[in-house]
Design a protein around this ligand. Structure first.
Ligand code: NAD
Length: 491
C-alpha cells in the first residue's frame, strides 16, 4: 500500500471512530492549530522566506492573520453553526419538527498552492475541522520549505490520524486523487483544476476549486487617480504579483494612461524605494520556471516602468506595460507576476465588452466616484467578486463568500461559508404518527376533491406563524365563549 493510500485509510478509520462528532473535540483541535501558529511563528516565517524571500511581517500580515481570524471565528461560532437550523414550514408540516442538521462529510482532501502556502491550506483546514471532518493535507511541492515544515510540525499539534500531511509533487497528488474522498478542496491553476475534477468524478466526489484568471481593473477617468493607482500598486505588487486576486491588467481611456503610469511609478517608489531588489518587502518569483514564464510574457510590449530582472535571484522589478492589446502575449494567460499591463479602451462600454469577451475572472476591480458606473459594472459583468475603489481587501470580509465562477472556480469559503461547504446540510422532518386523517388526500383513490385539498395545502403561500397565531386566538375565543356559556347556564 502506498504512503498516500495509507494516509487516507488512517484518516478514514479515525473519522469512523466518531470522535470528530463532539464539538469540544473540534474546538480543542482548532485551539491546538492556533497554538501551533503562535508557537511556530518564526519557523513559518523562515520557511516562507526561504520559499519566496517574503519578509517576516509580510507573512504575518498576508497569511497568518487571516488564518488566526478564521480559527477564532470558528471557535466562537461553532455551536451556532453546528446547531439544527429550523426552516419555514408549510401548512402540512405546521405541527412537525422541520430543520437542517449540518453533519460532517467524512474525509476531505485539501490540495494547496504555493503562493500563500499556509493560508491556502490552513484556511480550508479550519473549516474541515470545524465541520467535523478528517482531512488529508497536500501542500504544494513548489513551496518546498513550507511543505516540509507543515509535514514535520502539524502532527505535533493536531490529531495525527485525522489530519495527515502528505508531501510530494504531481505523482503523489495523482496517487491521492485515485483515492476516494468525500470532498476535494483544491487551490491552484484552472488547468490542474480540470484534472482534479475529472479524478473526483470517478468517485462522485464533490469539489471546491479555488482558481485564478485575469482579474481586470477599470479606472474611470473622473476618479481620484493618485489614490486609485496607489491602491492598485499595492494590490498588484504584493507578493511580487503572485496573488490569485491581484489586478491582472488595467483598462482605462488613452487620455489618462500617462497619468496612471506616473502615479504607479510614484507609488512603486514610495512602497519599495528606488531599489526594490534590495528592499525586504519586495519578494522574488518562486522559481526559475515561473521566472522564465513571466519574463516571456513581456515580449512584444512597451515597458513604461521597471522591466529589470536578475535570473540568478528570480528577481523581476515592478513593471508597467503600456498600449497593450488583447493580442499581446501578456494578455494570453494569467500573469501571476509583477507585470501590470495597461489596455487602452474608449470608456466603460468597451471595458465591459472587453471583460465579457474573456473567461469569468476571480475579481473585477473598478475605480470610480460614480456609483452608477460601479453598479453598471456589477450588472453587466460576472466574476467571483467585485471590489470598487480598492484591491484585495474583500478577502478579509469573512461574511462574503470567497471563490470564483466559471473558469475562476466553483464553490466558495471563508468563515461560515467554509463550514457549510464542508458539511452535508441534511434535511430533517420529524412527524408524529397522528392526524392520519390529513393524509387521506394523498392516498388512493385520487379524487378531484382530494386534489383540491392537496392544492390548497401544498401550494397556498401562507405564513405559518400567523396561521398559528390565528389558531391560538380562535381557541382562546372558543374557550372564553364556552366558559361564559357555562357560567350563564349555572345562573
Ligand atoms: P501549484 O503548482 O502549487 O499546483 C497546485 C497543486 O496542484 C499542488 O499541490 C500540486 O502538487 C498540484 N498539481 C500540480 N500539477 C498537478 C497535476 N498534473 N496533477 C495533479 N496535481 C497537480 O500551483 P499553481 O497551479 O501554479 O498555482 C497558481 C494558481 O493558483 C494561479 O492560477 C492562482 O490564481 C491560483 N490560486 C488561486 C487561489 C484562490 O484562492 N482562488 C489562491 C492561490 C492561488
Amino acid at each position: 500500500m502506498s504512503r498516500e493510500q495509507l494516509a487516507v485509510q488512517r484518516a478514514r478509520r479515525a473519522f469512523q471512530t466518531g470522535r470528530t462528532k463532539r464539538l469540544e473535540f473540534r474546538i480543542d483541535q482548532l485551539k491546538s492549530l492556533l497554538r501551533f501558529i503562535s508557537e511556530r511563528r518564526s519557523n513559518i516565517a523562515d520557511a516562507v522566506k526561504r520559499d519566496m524571500a517574503k519578509s517576516e511581517n509580510g507573512t504575518e500580515l498576508f497569511e497568518m492573520l487571516g488564518v488566526e481570524g478564521e480559527i477564532n471565528m470558528a471557535v466562537e461560532n461553532l455551536a451556532q453553526w453546528a446547531a439544527p437550523r429550523p426552516v419555514e414550514k408549510n401548512l402540512l408540516t405546521v405541527t412537525d419538527e422541520v430543520y437542517i442538521q449540518p453533519e460532517p462529510l467524512g474525509v476531505v482532501l485539501i490540495i494547496g498552492a504555493w503562493n500563500y502556502p499556509w493560508a491556502v491550506t490552513l484556511q480550508p483546514l479550519v473549516g474541515a475541522i470545524a465541520a467535523g471532518n478528517a482531512a488529508v493535507i497536500k501542500p504544494s511541492e513548489v513551496s518546498a520549505h513550507s511543505a516540509k515544515l507543515m509535514e514535520e510540525l502539524l502532527p505535533q499539534y493536531l490529531d495525527k490520524d485525522l489530519y495527515p500531511v502528505v508531501t510530494g509533487g504531481v505523482p503523489e497528488t495523482q496517487e491521492l486523487l485515485q483515492q476516494r474522498f468525500d470532498h476535494i478542496f483544491y487551490t491552484g491553476s484552472s488547468t490542474v483544476g480540470k484534472l482534479v475534477m475529472g479524478a473526483a468524478a470517478r468517485h462522485l466526489t464533490p469539489v471546491t476549486l479555488e482558481m485564478g484568471g485575469k482579474s481586470p481593473c477599470y479606472i474611470d477617468k473622473k476618479s481620484d487617480i493618485p489614490v486609485a493607482c496607489r491602491r492598485i500598486t499595492w494590490g498588484k505588487f504584493v507578493n511580487c504579483g503572485q496573488t490569485c486576486i491581484a489586478p491582472d491588467y488595467i483598462l482605462c481611456e488613452p487620455s489618462i494612461q500617462d497619468r496612471v503610469v506616473e502615479e504607479i511609478r510614484r507609488s512603486i517608489k514610495e512602497f519599495y524605494t528606488d531599489d526594490p531588489k534590495a528592499f525586504e518587502d519586495y519578494g522574488r518569483i518562486v522559481n526559475q520556471q515561473h521566472f522564465e514564464r513571466v519574463m516571456a510574457l513581456m515580449e512584444g510590449s512597451t515597458v513604461a516602468v521597471g522591466g529589470e530582472s536578475d535570473a540568478s535571484q528570480c528577481y523581476i522589478a515592478p513593471t508597467v506595460l503600456t498600449d497593450v492589446t488583447r493580442e499581446s502575449k501578456v494578455m494570453k494567460e494569467e500573469i501571476f507576476g509583477p507585470l501590470l499591463p495597461i489596455v487602452p479602451v474608449s470608456g466603460v462600454e468597451e471595458a465591459v465588452r472587453f471583460i465579457n469577451e474573456g473567461e469569468k475572472p476571480l475579481v473585477v476591480y473598478v475605480f470610480s466616484n460614480d456609483n452608477k458606473l460601479i453598479k453598471r459594472m456589477i450588472a453587466d459583468t460576472s466574476s467571483g467578486a467585485l471590489l470598487a475603489n480598492d484591491c484585495l481587501v474583500h478577502f478579509t470580509v469573512t461574511a462574503l463568500p470567497f471563490g470564483g465562477v466559471g473558469n475562476s472556480g466553483m464553490g466558495c469559503y471563508h468563515g461560515r461559508h467554509t463550514f457549510d461547504r464542508l458539511s452535508h446540510l441534511r434535511s430533517c422532518l420529524i412527524k408524529q404518527l397522528k392526524m392520519e386523517g390529513v393524509n387521506r388526500m394523498r392516498y388512493p383513490p385520487h379524487t378531484a376533491k382530494k386534489l383540491s385539498w392537496a392544492r390548497f395545502l401544498l401550494l397556498r403561500r401562507t405564513n405559518v406563524s400567523s396561521v398559528r397565531r390565528a389558531v391560538t386566538v380562535a381557541m382562546l375565543v372558543a374557550l372564553a365563549a364556552f366558559t361564559v356559556q357555562r357560567f350563564l347556564r349555572r345562573r
